[in-house]
Ligand binder design. Structure first.
Ligand code: M6R
Length: 612
């Protein structure tokens, strides 16, 4: 949720930290702060609001130094005020934190009884007090951090500095992501919540595991366990992402750039996963074999938000193509209903970030009950991917816009590959059918390009309807999740209330909402639901609703029945969700632009939700 960046080395750490925070601002943006050693003393600058507010302060204060740590916040405990902004300091111990200290009330009372006075409402401040208390008991900085963290329950990713140790920087992790990297110079180190913050400096990173801390000093970086200080040998991961991928590249917003990147992202996701003769899939990378696929009795998909919508489409494909009973659950619900996980169940976790706390916890619950886990993630080395028995990475590149777009279409590409792979192993489709679907998948990027050509038309529609206060999105079958996704995109970034509904369900309630002010988006692809969807469309017209219809490029009927019609070149029924979602992303995007909202960082949201 929050973003952490730290630097230690020969350079001025403040610009490095600010540059990293800018790359992580999607993780939280209600306040920010930086701390560094200046003239031998720790100096902290914090401000409420976006990073640019902090930048103004730093410019005025001419802050510089090393080591330096910084933070961009998404408030959990305590409102977004300057005293609640990180870094927090107590007796020279400076802390930036992502996560939640669950036992902070008990700890705060204990510390208050011992005479500690607090200057914020946050759970984080407790950590600097706990470390300071251990230092006062005679422990050295590293021991004091370990002793303090062993008293903390909950989740943390931390960057810590201490005024008496100007040549040390400590990073620690439990439950919240943290990566560390060596710089190109001796004694140069970086820490960050997420890879994009480091890309400009290093593409060789180490993912800290839970209960690990990295102690950086001029002598080197030591990684040890928090519990007992045992030194750990860690693998260095090479990151394929390019620093340019985390820039806007001439687009007005990251979201628009990411929408337009989808043909390439889907193409990258298919690459290497299809046999040379283009007739079958190849998913050996997952570590699951055809025999494993044959042994699967049931699939349970767990995800949140947009990833859950991808899972809804995936359920349809896995059942229809591979004939495997598939359930899908919202991760935050699964965990608390004591789910039945029978023998032979495969759990599929879907997550762009690979860090969503609800999804991670749900997968752990399923694993504890004996299920195997396959995850579909975009971020290499993320917590979910490392908890899994096998991973399919979506090669979408860094997704910075808070509203997920290219992650969704690449997740769908992975799910389709998976359904075909399973279908081949279980012989629920013959070779010819598999080959036809593989061919259709390979043609998909070109059709996604054609959906993007519709952008000016969607801009026009958005201009007409951006004053609406409510929107309804209707579809049937495997496009129903696309209606949900269209509604989610619109409400997230334009703040217009929007609901996705199965078109056949409209008459059971939502029809009461329809009047001449209500835009109703209807997805009417040329599939076996078409006639029924057209009937639903007519029910809307009969009640004066404003119909915005999305249909096949060959359609001849809907232009007369609808206020707006958008025609889409279709890949065929089974892959339609991928081409239909793009115009809905564009509709949401342009609506938000007309409304003047903050497209990439919409209010109250954060890109990766690492708290429950
Ligand atoms: O990183 P994840 O895919 O696990 O994130 C799940 C949701 O938080 C995410 O999809 C969210 O709904 C997006 N803001 C949707 O645009």
């Amino acid at each position: 949720m929050c973003g952490i960046v730290g630097y230690m080395g020969p350079q001025d750490g403040v610009p490095v930290v600010m540059d990293g925070l800018q790359k992580l601002e999607y993780r939280g943006y209600d306040s920010a702060g930086v701390a560094t050693f200046q003239d031998g003393r720790i100096t902290i600058n914090r401000s409420v609001g976006k990073l640019r507010e902090l930048e103004k302060k730093l410019f005025a204060s001419e802050l510089s130094g090393s080591p330096a740590i910084g933070h961009t916040r998404w408030a959990t405990h305590g409102r977004p005020t300057e005293p609640n902004a990180h870094p927090h300091v107590y007796e020279g111990v400076v802390v930036v934190h992502n996560g939640i200290v669950e036992n902070y009330i008990a700890l705060r009372e204990e510390l208050a009884a011992a005479g500690h006075r607090f200057s914020s409402e946050t759970d984080t401040e407790i950590i600097s007090h706990l470390i300071a208390r251990e230092l006062a008991r005679g422990l050295d900085f590293c021991q004091a951090v370990r002793a303090a963290l062993n008293q903390v329950r909950g989740a943390f990713a931390l960057g810590i500095m201490y005024e008496q140790e100007p040549e040390m920087l400590i990073a620690a992790r439990k439950g919240s992501p943290l990566v560390v990297a060596h710089g190109s110079q001796q004694g140069e180190y970086y820490i960050a919540s997420d890879i994009p913050a480091l890309l400009a400096y290093s593409r060789e990173v180490i993912f800290l595991d839970d209960d690990e801390m990295a102690v950086c000093s001029p002598a080197g970086m030591t990684i040890m366990t928090v519990a007992d200080g045992r030194e750990q040998q860690k693998e260095v991961h090479q990151i394929a992402w390019d620093p340019i991928m985390a820039e806007k590249g001439g687009y007005k917003h990251f979201m628009l750039k990411e929408i337009f990147e989808q043909p390439q992202a889907v193409s990258n996701t298919l690459l290497g996963r299809i046999s040379e003769d283009r007739r079958k899939t190849d998913l050996q990378e997952t570590g699951f074999t055809p025999a494993d696929w044959r042994a699967v009795k049931k699939i349970m998909i767990l995800a949140c938000g947009t990833s859950w919508h991808a899972g809804l489409v995936g359920k349809f494909w896995l059942e229809r193509l591979a004939r495997i009973p598939t359930e899908i659950d919202i991760a935050s619900e699964f965990r608390y209903r004591d789910p039945l996980v029978e023998e032979g169940t495969l759990l599929i976790g879907i997550s762009q970030s690979g860090e969503t706390a609800d999804t991670l916890a749900a997968l752990r619950e399923g694993k504890d009950k004996g299920a195997k886990i396959l995850s579909i993630c975009n971020v290499m080395g993320s917590s979910i991917s490392r908890q899994s028995d096998g991973v399919m990475y979506t090669y979408a590149g860094p997704e910075i816009g808070v509203a997920s777009t290219k992650a969704f279409t690449t997740q769908l590409a992975c799910l389709m590959l998976l359904a075909l792979d399973m279908a081949a192993a279980r012989k629920t489709m013959d070779d010819e059918e598999i080959a036809e679907n593989v061919e259709a998948l390979l043609k998909l990027p070109a059709l996604l390009e054609k959906s993007l050509i519709l952008a000016p038309r969607l801009e026009q529609i958005a201009r007409t309807y951006h004053h609406a206060s409510d929107y309804l999105f209707l579809a049937r079958g495997l496009n129903y999740p696309i209606a949900l996704e269209g509604a989610l995109k619109l409400k997230e970034i334009s703040y217009i209330h929007a609901e996705g509904y199965p078109a056949g369900e409209m008459k059971h309630g939502p029809i009461a909402l329809i009047d001449e002010n209500m835009p109703v988006v209807i997805l009417a692809p040329h599939d076996h639901h078409y006639e029924k969807v057209v009937s639903n469309l007519q029910e809307v017209v009969a009640r004066d609703g404003r119909v915005i219809a999305f249909t096949a490029s060959t359609d001849k009927r809907l232009a007369d029945l609808s206020h707006e019609v958008v025609k889409i070149e279709e890949p065929g029924e089974i892959l339609n969700p991928l081409v239909y979602v793009i115009p809905l992303q564009l509709l949401a995007y342009y609506t938000a632009v007309f409304k003047g909202t903050d497209v990439d960082q919409p209010r109250n949201l954060a890109k990766s939700v690492t708290v429950e």
